[in-house]
Design a protein around this ligand. Structure first.
Ligand SMILES: Nc1ncnc2c1ncn2[C@@H]1O[C@H](COP(=O)(O)OP(=O)(O)OP(=O)(O)O)[C@@H](O)[C@H]1O
Ligand SMILES: [Mg+2]
Length: 389
């Protein structure tokens, strides 16, 4: 069992009466990598500053190892922070930048030999061995970022807070540093609380992802949970591409969309409950027209390297489908979706706001109903996801 290290209990934050964090409850486990993910202004940095002790919540408690630390100042917390603007000291070399925090330590004051040992150890951890006498202004962005991380880690905090630390780096370097950070976190065996608005970064690095919007937690889970089982339309849309349509849950395992019933794997809804249904672009198979559970008209094709993004109009609803088969604009296609390709969610305040790709292409194209005959398919034993009474 993972040990709990930090807990925010009913934390709210208001600035001049405006609520920016609304009753947040999260716990952070020891030695894990947790990411706060959400769009700009959702309250990620505010949450981090409350944990770091730079802000006191308007209401609620911050616990460290079960002890309330609301009134403990930042330097007395066993936490260190790497900010987006890493604010290295330009007049000091790499060694002195990293040694800075150690030299401030008074009780007990550290011997020069120990400072040297710890700085060199950190340089090794961040792959900057031999860089100790370089001026920080002569380093690349990625190297400066590593110095900032070494500087934060050298004090041996139990928790490292990282606020969009890779924001200034280009794509390639960002990817390298993502792997690097994950390696450092595991090698040092400390807790990382990471902030980003980049969903791919969050999914690839974290043990746990906390999705936030408008000062509220929308969902907490593993990257797989968040992607495969989004709680509401906001999460489904924010994490990857999603087609989100209105549906009706007839009974366990049977959902209706576009006036037709389909087999799905979801359960636990009221009979005939209105729901939101997510279908990921990669879960839609293109099949010959006659075999399609639905048929649609291709209105837009974009080559993406590994696959094509195609926009397909189904009775006026435009879906995004990712396929390696080329389908030209104006072609009619059939589609098939396996039962595990449907994900059914409760209606929420975000229903109807996301998951629609109409803006890709404005023209309205009339679409005929599918010629797909579910009974014929049952007979030849190919029973797909289509469901018929
Ligand atoms: N000191 C402050 N005074 C007034 N409002 C503030 C203050 N700090 C933050 N806010 C407001 O709180 C909200 C949340 O800000 P926060 O910095 O936590 O967002 P964020 O999720 O980190 O966004 P970003 O991704 O843009 O960094 C914003 O609307 C912001 O304007
Ligand atoms: Mg921020």
């Amino acid at each position: 069992m993972a040990k709990e290290l930090i807990r925010l209990v009913n934390c709210s934050m208001a600035f001049d009466g405006e609520v920016v964090l609304d009753n947040i409850n999260i716990y952070f486990n020891d030695k894990k990598f947790l990411t706060l993910l959400g769009p700009s202004g959702c309250g990620k940095t505010t949450t981090l500053r409350i944990i770091g002790g730079f802000l006191k919540p308007t209401s609620g408690d911050v616990l460290f190892d079960g002890v309330r630390i609301n009134d403990v100042p930042p330097h007395r917390r066993r936490v260190n922070t790497v900010f987006q603007k890493y604010a290295l000291f330009p007049h000091l070399d790499v060694f002195e930048n990293i040694a800075f925090g150690l030299r401030l330590q008074k009780k007990p004051k550290l011997a020069e030999a120990e400072i040297k040992e710890r700085v060199l150890e950190m340089l090794e951890v961040v792959n900057l061995k031999g860089f100790e006498h370089r001026q920080v202004s002569s380093l690349s962005g990625g190297q400066q970022q590593r110095v900032a991380i070494a500087r934060a880690l050298v004090n041996r905090p139990e928790v490292l807070l990282l606020d969009e630390p890779l924001g200034a780096l280009d794509m390639r370097l960002r990817k390298d540093m993502q792997n690097e950070l994950k390696r450092i976190q595991q090698a040092m065996g400390i807790t990382f609380i990471y902030v980003t608005h980049d969903q791919e970064e969050a999914l690839s690095m974290s043990d746990t992802v906390v999705v936030m919007n408008e000062g509220k937690i929308q969902q907490i889970g593993t990257p797989e949970d968040i992607y495969n089982e989004p709680k509401n339309a906001f999460v489904a849309d924010f994490i990857g591409e999603s087609n989100i349509v209105d549906g009706i849950m007839h009974e366990d395992g049977v959902v209706e969309i576009f006036g037709r019933k389909f087999k799905c794997l979801d359960s636990g809804f009221d009979p005939m409950e209105p729901v939101d249904v997510v279908i990921r672009p990669e879960d839609v198979d293109i099949v010959p027209l006659k075999e399609g559970m639905l048929t649609g008209l291709v209105t837009n094709v974009t080559f993406k390297g590994v696959h094509y993004d195609i926009i397909v109009d189904f009775k006026g609803f435009k879906w995004l489908i990712q396929t390696t088969d080329f389908c030209p604009v104006d072609s009619k296609i059939g589609i098939k979706i396996d039962p595990d390709g449907f994900h059914v969610m409760k209606k929420s305040k975000y229903s109807g706001m996301f998951g629609d790709y109409s803006s890709y292409s404005d023209e309205y194209d009339e679409i005929s109903d599918s010629e797909y005959d579910p009974e014929a398919e049952e007979e030849d034993g190919q029973g797909g996801g289509y469901y018929e009474d």
